[in-house]
Design a protein around this ligand. Structure first.
Ligand SMILES: Cc1cc2nc3c(=O)[nH]c(=O)nc-3n(C[C@H](O)[C@H](O)[C@H](O)COP(=O)(O)OP(=O)(O)OC[C@H]3O[C@@H](n4cnc5c(N)ncnc54)[C@H](O)[C@@H]3O)c2cc1C
Length: 414
């Protein structure tokens, strides 16, 4: 694999940038793979990369019905944090955070991870209590977290209006949290996985999952049957549809989730601000756009767009909190389909079908987990049993009742 560095940049500049190699191949499918991963979003590509890198399993195909990164991975608002409430989920998100901190070096690809801090505002006394509880739980789990007073919030964002209809009483901040460049995450994992021998098969929809009795035998695709003894479903909002092909019903709902960006502005917004109470959050991208996200649209469906009143409500909230932006024009709005589980926690692990694995239920917040999720799923596939980090996040929790309720930490889209 061609290495990116200041020296390769200089060398290629001298030759009119004609020497750059293709980032990944476009191979034809083989008849048989050791592992087939359905879905070339960040999670599927990360799984393939860690399978090859950490477990030496390189005869792997990632099968994608559209183009890689064309799902939620490149539709999300890129917030990365690990300040969840419960031990089980925090441990996984924190594993992800540690991988993020070395990801650009590991992949030799700049994923533009910017640790600019994430603030979660509290607007009521109850929210203050919940926020303090979460900060304490985070610290007990070794995750950085602090409480901020209204004056401290204003030191970071001087133009914030704290006297909204429900006045801002305080906030939590995770300073190691931040944002990353979503496309680069998909491209970086794709390039590194491809270099290790993984085949990425784009425009190749999976139309069926074949079983022989209780075990998986392969997948039917738009380019023919591919045989594999291990198949992983990593299809985000379409997980229920794909799992249905193997006769599995999952406790998931698929909802549209919207986001929008403004015209580019000069650097003005130094952090990420989220408010669960008024259902809005905002950051600024390196291009200068304000990146704004909303809550989910309440109906379920697979149309990658949302309803107008949701973005209207979100923008009302943003303008109330940041009147300085009231005349900024919005450039683009879009939606993705998120797979929401009953306890707002992911489902990663084995299924009742031998050799079939799932990674889903990330809802509004799976981008931040991309490296961590790929890392534990790769381990689960390679060893045919969950890693300690995803042992509590299996499908069996919906039978045993050991739910991990993260609605408080995951309520607003993030
Ligand atoms: C508007 C919005 C904002 C968000 N903001 C954040 C945020 O700020 N922070 C955060 O942490 N998370 C956020 N999320 C959630 C995050 O984007 C997702 O949880 C995460 O990207 C899921 O990654 P993935 O790789 O599993 O899914 P995807 O990137 O959606 O990949 C799944 C892939 O499976 C493919 N596929 C589906 N069916 C088939 C089939 N039959 N055959 C082959 N391929 C198939 C799809 O085409 C898709 O490419 C947001 C989501 C949205 C929509």
């Amino acid at each position: 694999m061609q290495k990116f560095s200041i020296w390769s940049l200089l060398r290629n500049a001298m030759s009119y940038h004609e020497g750059w190699e293709r980032q990944w191949r476009s191979p034809e499918p083989k008849k048989q793979y050791d592992v087939v991963i359905i879905g070339a979003g960040g999670h599927g590509l990360a799984t393939a990369y860690y399978l090859a890198k950490e477990h030496g399993i390189r005869n792997v195909a990632v099968v994608e019905r559209g183009w890689l990164g064309g799902g939620n991975t490149a539709r999300n608002t890129t917030i990365v944090r690990s300040n969840y409430l419960w031990d089980e989920s925090t441990a996984l998100y924190e594993k992800g955070m540690k991988l993020w901190e070395g990801l650009s070096q590991d992949l030799n690809y700049n994923v533009m991870f910017s640790q600019r801090g994430v603030l979660n505002l509290a607007h009521t006394l109850q929210e203050m209590r919940d926020t303090e509880r979460r900060v304490t739980a985070n610290r007990l789990n070794g995750v950085d977290a602090e409480m901020l007073s209204p004056a401290q919030i204003q030191e970071i964002v001087p133009f914030i209006n704290l006297n909204t209809r429900y006045p801002v009483l305080g906030a939590s901040i995770q300073r190691r949290a931040g944002v990353a460049r979503h496309d680069a995450v998909a491209w970086g994992f794709a390039r590194a996985a491809d270099a290790l021998g993984v085949d990425i098969l784009q425009n190749c929809e999976v139309t069926g999952i074949r079983r022989d009795g209780g075990a998986v035998t392969g997948v039917d695709t738009a380019k023919g049957f591919i045989s594999a003894k291990k198949v992983a479903i990593v299809a985000a909002g379409h997980t229920s549809v794909v799992a249905g092909m193997a006769g599995i019903r999952l406790p998931l709902e698929s909802h549209p989730l919207q986001a929008l960006v403004s015209e580019p502005l000069k650097p003005i917004f130094p952090t990420v601000v989220m408010s669960n109470a008024i259902h809005a959050y905002i950051s600024q991208s390196d291009k200068g756009d304000l990146v704004i996200g909303a809550g989910i649209d309440q109906y379920s469906g697979y149309g990658q767009r949302g309803s107008f009143h949701t973005i209207e409500h979100t923008l009302q909230a943003i303008v109330e909190m940041f009147p300085i932006f009231s005349r900024v024009r919005m450039n683009r709005q879009w939606g993705g389909i998120v797979d929401v589980s009953p306890d707002a926690c992911p489902i990663i692990g084995l299924t009742p079908v031998k050799g079939l694995y799932i990674n889903c239920g990330w809802g509004t917040g799976g981008f931040k987990a991309t490296p961590g999720s790929g890392w534990v799923l790769a381990h689960t596939i390679a060893q045919d049993r969950p890693h300690a980090l995803n042992a509590a996040l299996g499908l069996d929790r919906f039978y045993s009742g050991h739910l991990i309720d993260e609605h408080g930490a995951a309520a607003v889209a993030h």
